[in-house]
Design a protein around this ligand. Sequence first.
Ligand SMILES: Nc1ncnc2c1ncn2[C@@H]1O[C@H](COP(=O)(O)OP(=O)(O)OP(=O)(O)O)[C@@H](O)[C@H]1O
Length: 349
Amino acid sequence: MTDTADTAGTADRAEPGAGAEASAAVDAAAAFIELDGVEKVFDVRKKTGFLKRERRRVRAVDGLSFTVSRGEMVGYIGPNGAGKSTTIKMLTGILTPSGGRLRVAGIDPSRERTRLAHRIGVVFGQRTTLWWDLPLIDSYRLTHRMYRIPDARYRENLDRCVELLQLQDLLDVPVRQLSLGQRMRGDIAAALLHDPEVLYLDEPTIGLDVVSKAKVRGFLRDLNAERGTTVLLTTHDLQDIEQLCSRVMVIDHGRLMYDGPLAGLHEAGESERTLVVDLERELPPIEAPEPARVVRVEGPRQWLAFPASASAAGLVARIAAEYPLVDLSVREPDIESVIAKMYADRAGA
Ligand SMILES: Nc1ncnc2c1ncn2[C@@H]1O[C@H](COP(=O)(O)OP(=O)(O)OP(=O)(O)O)[C@@H](O)[C@H]1O
């Protein structure tokens, strides 16, 4: 595909039930990330016998088109193996697309990877970009040199990140001694020292406790509001999306299946939350008000499913009034089940 302006800013916006063909024009001037029919095919050789090898083609990304405007915070979700990481790797220039057109800030990432590196920040939750054996501050000093960040800007960004991500007491600690949550905050700071215009986050809250998750989410919200940083967020935690993103894209088998608000995804899949209640003793299934229903009973613990769009308050009040309650918790639907329901709905339509 040729690099012409007329293809810029056209996105395939998949609506629930409408298929990925549905498209809507997006303001080309504001488009910061642009994908048009992007493909990535891997050739995989598998040993099938003593001298035999089988060649297989894996279409990890299959004709993906979307745009992200400057300053947007977008969730990028999908089941395992859907093609999310492959997309992010193409957006950073680590992988070259097999076909289609891709631009970030007007730059072709795989051709001008170094130039682009100065404008993007990347955080992979499962891997660190920090130097494992060095104190945290040394990683930042190295980043300062590698990116040739002007001294005043480096100092200002470092001070800001240290304060907002509460890194004061961690700067002299070797990275390998940091907890997962501390290390994640350290990684986010490292990705922001050079003032990137776009931040790709791959599972930034994976394995973090509730307090650390809240800190990371709060920081990202402020970053986006104050600096207008564009954020593309890959996560398996729907609450990350709920709290940070006004828009979510669902990808599966390398294709865009949905692009819109999270509420629309819940509606599309009629997803459910689960109320887990611990009763004083073993009892028959709770007679819950419609549409809530008991889906599992194990001794004194019972699980009730109810629509994700509904409030849990009324249900909890009703059960608390009629049953001897010891404890309760609400579990959010996981992304896999929301997507599975979306498919089931479409198949039945
Ligand atoms: N380097 C590679 N060589 C061969 N196949 C690959 C390679 N990288 C990814 N794949 C395949 O491409 C598909 C998409 O993988 P990708 O890692 O992009 O998925 P993902 O959505 O990020 O999954 P997860 O949520 O599990 O991280 C998978 O079938 C995967 O096995």
